[in-house]
Design a protein around this ligand. Structure first.
Ligand code: ZN
Ligand code: ZN
Length: 167
């Protein structure tokens, strides 16, 4: 974590399952690696993605260039001021943002292109996926979703109190 957000990196790409929505994320000096890398166990992320746990990383909206065919990118307001971006053609969940924190947007890491996640020597993927925090750990499924590694584990969200800190 010591080198979080101090370097630079070539742009990385991702998109939805049907490829109607694509994005490129730039990392100008001071933006690599992403400052926040989280796993969320909340019921909303489970419902939105269909997965038991969702890995997300945080960037600034200005780092992202979206490319979208046929206006496929839509947003669903899942809570007051919270918008979940998805492709209305294939249903992939792509992003999460809160109007209270306009300088941040979360990208669901599973939408990154395969070569970003596991290509090369694996270093790019590792830097993005090295999880710092897990949220909504009161929703952990014992023996199933409680095995992920991270430094901090929050009971609910970041305001919900640290359940455990691993040195
Ligand atoms: Zn799609
Ligand atoms: Zn969540």
């Amino acid at each position: 974590m010591a080198d979080a957000g101090t370097g630079t990196h070539e742009p990385i790409s991702g998109g939805c399952l049907c490829k109607a929505v694509k994005y490129s994320i730039a990392f100008p000096q001071g933006h690599w690696p992403p400052k926040k890398n989280n796993i969320c166990h909340c019921t909303q992320c489970r419902k939105a993605t269909g997965a038991l746990m969702a890995h997300i990383f945080t960037v600034t909206p200005s780092q992202i260039t979206w490319t979208c065919e046929d206006r496929s990118f839509r947003e669903y307001s899942s809570s007051t001021g919270v918008f979940r971006g998805f492709c209305q053609t294939c249903g992939s969940t792509l992003s999460w943002r809160n109007t209270k924190t306009p300088a941040e947007i979360d990208i669901f890491s599973g939408t990154l292109d395969e070569d970003v996640l596991i290509g090369g020597d694996g270093e790019t993927g590792r830097k993005i996926l090295m999880t710092d925090r897990q949220f909504w750990c009161e929703n952990l499924v014992p023996g199933v979703t409680d095995g992920a590694k991270s430094r901090f584990m929050y009971k609910t969200n970041a305001e919900g109190g640290v359940l455990r800190e691993v040195a």
